[in-house]
Design a binder for this molecule. Structure first.
Ligand code: FES
Ligand code: FES
Length: 159
């Protein structure tokens, strides 16, 4: 199968890589570039473990071919920390026990971070709707909603 050269920016860093046309974006990020924050769960677009941002919008990176992302700007969970310091959202996941095994957490953080950029004073119902595409088999979601709500309260419209 002929290979394709693509160019993507990940967390502000430019990368040139060669991929097969069938290579998924999540595989390119993890296996070619070492951004292992995006996890592979279902590979069918249902679980959200692979959620990243492409050009500021969340996508499930198992539903996108790497070649489709050519020229795009990708953000992964590794890029959301502030110069290595945890963000308020990450701290609140820790404080409110919003994770157990942690498998869903990178995708959950990307979805929540993007959501809070668009809605800095959400209701709990809005938070639940925002994360409905991210499955968590451990927490029962309550603490995740608490963490997102506490982040919104703490940032109080600073975002
Ligand atoms: S691995 Fe992509 S949505 Fe489940
Ligand atoms: S913390 Fe285990 S899947 Fe969410």
């Amino acid at each position: 199968m002929s290979e394709c050269n693509i160019s993507i920016i990940v967390n502000g860093e430019q990368h040139e890589l060669t991929v097969e046309p069938r290579t998924l974006l999540v595989s390119a990020l993890r296996d070619e570039l070492g951004y292992t924050g995006a996890n592979v769960g279902c590979e069918t677009g249902r679980c959200g473990a692979c959620t990243v941002r492409e050009n500021s919008k969340t996508i499930k990176s198992c539903t996108r071919l790497a070649v489709q992302a050519d020229g795009s700007e990708i953000e992964t969970v590794e890029g959301i920390a502030d110069n290595g310091d945890l963000t308020t959202l990450q701290e609140q996941f820790q404080e409110q026990h919003g994770l157990q095994c942690g498998y869903c957490t990178p995708g959950m953080l990307m979805t929540a971070d993007t959501f809070l950029r668009e809605n800095d004073d959400p209701t709990r119902e809005e938070i639940r709707e925002a994360i409905e595409g991210n499955l968590c088999r451990c927490t029962g979601y309550q603490n995740i909603v608490d963490a997102i709500e506490a982040t919104a309260d703490q940032l109080g419209g600073q975002r």
